[in-house]
Design a protein around this ligand. Sequence first.
Ligand code: C2E
Ligand code: MG
Ligand code: MG
Length: 733
Amino acid sequence: MAGLARSMRRIGPILMGVCLAMCCLSAPAPAWAEGETLAVGVPVDRPPMFYRNDQTGEIDGIGVDLVRMAGEAAGYSVDVKALSEPTLKEALDSDAYDVVMPLGSAIKSAAGTPTVISDNLIQTPFTLVTTDRRSSMPELGSLRVGMLSSQAGVGETIKQIYPGIEITFFGTTDEGVRAMRAGGVDALLNNSYVWSYTLQKPAYSDLVVVPQNMLSMDFKAGAVDTPEGRAAIERLNKGIATLQDTNRQAVVLDHTTRRLYKYDFFDYLYQYMPAVVVCVVLFASLVAYGVQKRREERREQEEKVRDLMENDTLTGALSSMGFKARVAELLRENPDTQYFLTYANIKDFKYINDSLGRKAGDDLLRYWFTRTAAYLTDKEALGRMGGDRLSVLRVATDDDDLYKIDSSVHEHVRNYFVAQGEEYRVRISGGIYALSPEDYENPNVDQMLDYARVAEKRVRETFADGYEFYNAEQWNAGRRNAEIVAHLPAALEGGEIKVWYQPQVDFSTGQIVGAEALCRWEHASLGMLSPAEFIPTLERHDLIHKLDYHVWERACQDLRRWNEQGQRRAISVNLSRSDVREGVDIPSFFSNLIDTYGLDVDQLHIEITESAFVEKAEELIRTTAKLRELGFRVEMDDFGSGYSSLNMLKEVPVDRIKLDLRFLSGEGDMQRGHVIVSHVIQMIASLRMDLIAEGVETEQQALFLQEHGCSCMQGFHFYKPMDVESFEKIVAS
Ligand code: C2E
Ligand code: MG
Ligand code: MG
């Protein structure tokens, strides 16, 4: 405060001098009408001196209140207007205002017109603000000071008072502060009331007021020096004269205590920086924690899924997927251990489920798997390959190892239901594959399982129970079968499948009386295939009907051609048991064929093998009856080769019996065989059925047959099956 008083004392006389000079220069003013409006131009960017009131939208401030009080006391009605010009000097030249504020002393307008200024409305303190926390500052006259460019007028006055001062003007306080922080100026100078507002900005919290260098400035209104300007100022001065210091202090207090400073986003950001940093860090940690947690959950989830996929819930063994992975792992970890891989199946498991209940089936599986698991070490693995299929990767210690397992596990499994008082004995079919050195280098577990499966299949297809070792021939046979099946459609299309004929003769006359159509397959890659090989394969894959439809059709085409050539013949075709399928009406199928090719019904004989009648008795008996009703001749093929031939004779009404002589060719008493044949011939004759003997290989056989009343024959002794061209030649000769 001592500094302030010193400064006031120093500049007081100078200011007064300036004012006096102004007053003396003033010309006499015109008279003003009472109640006239005084337009006062003020800046609005200088709270608390001049600003826009947020609530009312009106221009407000210390300067506004003071000029209004003075104006109204002088009989004006005061209209405060915001300056639209960038500087007060320019505003002085405008017609929009009668007077402008604030001026410290008389200056020239922008146009160069001198001004007339009012008495002092209030003495305003000006203070330096700096970032430098030194206790004292050098004299004002030797400082580099920053001011707002809108205060250029005040700046001019100060420069007159302190010629040594270096003033730099800035557009905004921010620019000034930046320049000061960068060392461009020593301090910023502004109205103390304005500082009281500006320093509320959080970003300026490092700025300090320098009390020693305080100075006091006049706060006046001014107008260009014209008769009107002079009149307005003169009258305003009368009002100013009525202002009391108490009024002034009240106005200052009113505006400096209002919370005028409005925080913007950056202010908040600055003020709450530590809190913001803490929040950001907290938020980031939360996010990171969430992500981590989510990752962990996902990993757990994946582990659960993998566990479900790799383990079987019913038996506790590995699932097929898990087993394969474990086997590959074990082989890589133990390249010097001799392993074998087993694949086993419970025979007729479906029967167990159906007749003893699913639970019994499940219990049996659980029992089998847990007992097997009990004999395993860490270097071995047990997998459930779906359904009732069990696989083990087992270390081979010595040759009879398997039999030990067999007795320790399988004997119990076999008697599982017997032990519960049931009569049923469980049978297991299993295959074993002994691993070769190549299997360890690049484990192909699927392939190894296939090998074991091939061996298992051998047991499955017999009534036997137990294990078989895999051998390469089985594997090759399997591969060949797969190729046959896959290639069938192309073979049918591409003409690889041919129809050959084997003539049937009447031995007494030597005439060819018929022929059997037999298929031949000239396979593109496998060469000539025997029906004995591919027919059972196609039957197993339920594909034989495709081949048969083809053969029947070709035979019908040949018959039509011969009919057209005037050589009417009859041909026997073979019908397989699997041709009789659900949804297929075989008798209608043959009828259509006959119609399509314009044949007579007696030209097509249908051979059905004896054993088929055993397997599909009902369907085949029905089919046979229907075929015969339609006029087809039905023959029972391979008679004597099966087990129930005699029974069949009773049950199945056929037109002709095809007696297979090959059953005689096995070991045994030929004499007894002949006795049987002779009696069969007699019996068939008594049943009034026709008879043909097939597989006749010798003259002796032929003579014997004829002697006993069978003259119709087919066999290598007469002709082997031949292609259609050869057949036509032979028949023609
Ligand atoms: P299958 O119907 O009993 O046919 C007679 C088989 O005996 C033919 O064998 C024939 O070549 C052979 N054979 C004929 N005479 C003699 C002989 O004196 N001695 C010997 N050892 N064999 C003789 P193939 O052609 O190999 O046919 C085998 C079986 O394949 C046929 O037995 C038949 O069941 C089946 N088959 C052939 N072609 C077809 C067909 O197109 N469809 C159906 N479903 N089965 C067919
Ligand atoms: Mg046949
Ligand atoms: Mg036959």
